[in-house]
Ligand binder design. Structure first.
Ligand code: HEC
Length: 227
């Protein structure tokens, strides 16, 4: 009787290693604590990561359509990245940036092209932020990439992440890529022009929407304004 369990145990063991052999280690973002910027020693790297975090939570104050320097007006709306990428872009199932650095550069069959983290940032700059692409050599782009790679530290390349964006590899094909709610506005952003009650949740398929949708920037503008 006892021996009946041996093939089962062997099969389970093989199954659990199969993923690792293909480089698809499974990590759940629900159980993982996001790295804390304050743990970094002071210096230019920390400064860049902190700028990336600030740009994410208060994009409108740095690269928004109403900033003083016209050359810095990259975004066409007053959203923050964290209007959609909640909890400083670390919240599971809210398209977290945790692990993004581990999946790029990435081959995209649809475009037959290599996508990079910078291209993903500029994809959101142009669509979600309704603006123009950040130059690759700009300090803002470097800051976003530094913050994304900081959030991704410890996540191995090719890992399958539970709680990551649906557009990541590892998701079943045929799942529609959610359409960003480009025209929604944070209620407390300066001179918002869009209807204030418009929900900011991206149009994620119902099966993926595990967290209740929240209003644009509800957290962003109020908690970050003082800092
Ligand atoms: C209006 C909502 C919205 C805003 C604002 C927004 N994004 Fe996104 N972002 C999305 C959606 C939806 C996706 C996933 C779907 C896709 O691939 O287009 C995404 C995906 C991403 C990804 C890839 C994530 C992954 O797991 O592959 C990055 C990086 C990113 N956004 C960066 C940014 C940056 C930087 C900003 C601010 C400058 C920003 N986003 C603002 C909605 C938004």
């Amino acid at each position: 009787m006892k021996n009946a369990f041996i093939p089962l145990a062997a099969a389970l063991l093989a199954a659990s290693f199969a993923g690792t052999a293909q480089g698809t280690e499974k990590i759940s973002l629900l159980e993982r604590k996001a790295p804390d910027v304050s743990s970094l020693p002071s210096g230019p790297y920390r400064d860049l990561v902190v700028l990336g975090q600030q740009l994410s939570t208060r994009a409108f104050a740095h690269i928004g359509p109403e900033v003083k320097d016209p050359a810095k007006r990259f975004a066409g709306n007053n959203l923050a990245c964290t209007s959609c990428h909640q909890a400083e872009a670390a919240k599971p199932f809210a398209m977290p940036w945790v692990g993004v650095a581990a999946v790029f550069p990435q081959y995209r069959a649809r475009e037959d092209d290599i996508s990079t983290v910078e291209k993903r940032v500029n994809g959101c700059m142009q669509r979600s932020m309704n603006g123009r692409a950040l130059p690759l050599e700009s300090r803002e782009m470097k800051a976003f990439v530094a913050y994304i790679s900081f959030l991704s530290q410890g996540v191995p390349g090719g890992a399958a992440l539970e709680g990551a964006a649906p557009s990541r590899p590892g998701f079943p094909t045929g799942v529609p890529i959610p359409k960003p709610a480009a025209s929604c506005m944070p209620p407390s952003a300066p001179r918002a022009t869009a209807p204030k009650d418009r929900a900011c949740a991206p149009d994620v398929p119902a099966t993926r929407r595990v967290t209740p949708s929240r209003r644009c920037g509800a957290r962003t503008a109020s908690t970050r304004e003082q800092g």
